[in-house]
Design a protein around this ligand. Structure first.
Ligand SMILES: NC(=O)c1ccc[n+]([C@@H]2O[C@H](COP(=O)([O-])OP(=O)(O)OC[C@H]3O[C@@H](n4cnc5c(N)ncnc54)[C@H](O)[C@@H]3O)[C@@H](O)[C@H]2O)c1
Ligand SMILES: N[C@@H](CCC=O)C(=O)O
Length: 516
């Protein structure tokens, strides 16, 4: 199979706009759905529910989610185990055939999925469409990955007296615990990477975006993945999440989310529970505190455009977002003038009109992000407000794109805020810039704007991040172009969209048959 990136929609086309309008109108006309748990193919609606709301219009409920209890986690793992006993023997070709059906269903339901993503996550139409492409690309990449891995190792030394084989086996039943910010692509990629490798999965979306997660689950069912192979679960983190993570029958966890939750899960998973006969494998892709360095010979217009896109697209709610800007003093004023002009030009159209500035995901995020803005305003010795700083949660959770000039000790410069707040710092040498960029426990993305070949070589050699970019924004990795994943406390570097990614959900068995 050859890999080709899924093309994005041309949003300027009248026909595309019409399809989008129809999809939004249809969504508006639909009753608020009750979202069940799906365990072994059985739909379970719980009495107690949790509302998923539209962050741009917080009074609007997008769906009511069911809340799993421990007994239902037990059942989901048992259903997964049963399905796994058969699925592990299904050929890669047959698994990939179902994946192809899923890809076609995602294409068929593209506009509907975009509308739900926009409504539930607050991202704009272009970003939502990007998720459709990324999900399809992930699925194709993992299909290819399994084609490459299915015959095992091909470099064992042959022997006249033994036949030797080293082959990949799936692990068992895993859980995909996904973040809200790529509710289709990341959730779907996390589930499909493991399922195509031959595992069964508990599919746990974020409660903020479980309606689109459920729609994707329905498409997986429709594609024909066997009953019980993928079980759909929503619930409260503390009650249900910890129980799931600690469960002795859970073989592995595929987590994407914050550092705090990822480390908590890693810690819980590390202790074997009574009846557990394996070391739980944890794949954890976590947060970032990503820097852009602007050198003294950089193309400043190119840099300003890249900074705005990296820091403020999706309200800065990408793990890859630029939140630390490090600028050489000789171009500092000039660059800042360009950044400020572009920030002020960002339009606040409602999300449906594909505007630049939308809401942040939830009250929890609004409170956290605005607490950093307040901290910045209240601590002038470390922070000077340059642009923005206003916020309003009357209708939805809206925060103005905000720029602070900061010192290296400012919390704005050091902690993941995960919102539209950028800290900028002036430095007097390139060496100081790189030293500051590396001075973090994270290691996800980084970007240098420069024409200086020696400086470019230095960052390639010495900037310790999973995704290093030169003269390009820090966000928007594309499958098969920019394998994505972080170093240090940004994660276990399970580069998404690669064969390496799939391999994390496999173990290698050596089989030797001595016939001499
Ligand atoms: N590195 C990456 O590829 C990547 C991609 C997207 C997002 N992120 C990071 O994710 C974060 C934003 O997403 P978020 O707010 O959804 O993250 P989060 O950590 O709050 O939640 C992630 C998932 O973990 C679940 N969870 C929370 N507590 C749990 C527990 N005790 N047990 C089991 N599950 C639990 C949540 O319900 C959710 O499904 C940011 O830090 C961002 O940088 C990283
Ligand atoms: N892979 C995405 C980020 C995913 C996390 O939020 C990017 O490259 O911007």
């Amino acid at each position: 199979m050859n890999f080709v990136n899924e093309p994005e929609l041309d949003l300027t086309q009248e026909a595309v706009q019409k399809h989008l309008q129809q999809a939004f109108a249809q969504l508006d006309a639909t009753d608020t759905p009750d979202i069940p748990l799906v365990i072994g193919g059985k739909r379970i609606y719980t009495d107690e529910t949790l509302a998923s709301v539209n962050p741009a219009q917080k009074s609007e409920v997008v769906g009511n989610l069911s809340l799993a209890q421990p007994a239902q986690i037990d059942d989901a793992l048992a259903a997964g185990r049963r399905a796994f006993q058969e699925w592990k023997f299904i050929s890669v070709a047959d698994r990939n055939q179902l994946a192809t059906k899923l890809v076609n269903l995602v294409r068929e339901h593209r506009y509907e999925l975009i509308a739900i993503i926009v409504e539930e996550s607050g991202k704009n139409v272009g970003e939502a469409d990007g998720e459709i492409c990324e999900l399809i690309d992930f699925i194709h990449a993992y299909m290819i990955g399994m084609e490459q891995l299915k015959d095992g190792l091909d470099y064992l030394v042959p022997s006249p007296v033994e036949s030797r084989e080293a082959r990949y086996l799936p692990l068992g039943v895993g859980a995909a615990i996904a973040p809200w910010n790529f509710p289709l692509a990341i959730l779907g990629g996390m589930v499909m990477g493991a399922v195509l490798a031959g595992n069964a999965m508990i599919m746990k979306p974020s409660s903020d975006t479980a309606v689109v997660g459920y729609r994707l689950f329905e498409l997986m069912e429709q594609a024909g993945f066997p009953t019980g192979l993928i079980n759909f679960i929503t619930g409260k983190n503390a009650e249900m999440g910890d129980y799931l993570v600690k469960h002795p029958k859970l073989r592995f966890i595929n987590f994407t989310g914050s550092k705090q939750v990822g480390l908590h899960i890693n810690q819980l998973a590390a202790t074997p529970q009574p009846g557990q006969i394996w070391i739980k494998r944890v794949v954890a892709e976590m947060g970032g505190k990503n820097a852009i360095i602007v050198d003294d010979d950089a193309d400043l217009d190119q840099a300003a455009a890249g900074i705005i896109s990296s820091a403020f697209t999706m309200q800065g709610q990408k793990c890859s977002a630029n939140s630390r800007l490090i600028v050489l003093d000789s171009v500092y004023d000039q660059l800042l003038a360009k950044v400020e002009t572009r920030m002020k030009a960002l339009n606040h159209d409602p999300a449906r009109a594909n505007g630049d500035v939308g809401p942040v995901i939830a009250k929890r995020a609004f409170d956290k992000i605005t607490s950093y803005i307040d901290y910045g305003k209240d601590n002038p010795e470390q922070n000077t407000l340059l642009v923005g700083g206003n916020y309003d949660d009357t209708q939805g959770w809206f925060i103005e794109p905000t720029l602070f000039e900061v010192t290296a000790t400012s919390r704005i410069f050091n902690e993941e805020i995960f919102g539209p707040v950028l800290g900028v710092i002036k430095v007097s040498s390139f060496e100081e810039a790189l030293q500051l960029a590396n001075d973090t426990a994270y290691g996800l993305t980084g970007s240098l704007y420069s024409k200086n070949q020696a400086h470019i070589k230095t960052v390639v050699d010495d900037w310790y991040v999973g995704n290093l970019y030169i003269n390009r924004k820090t966000t928007g990795a594309v499958v098969y172009q920019h394998p994505f994943g972080g170093f240090n406390l940004s994660g276990t570097d399970g580069k998404t969209g690669t064969t390496n990614y799939v391999q994390q959900f496999l173990e290698l068995q050596s089989v030797t048959n001595h016939h001499g």
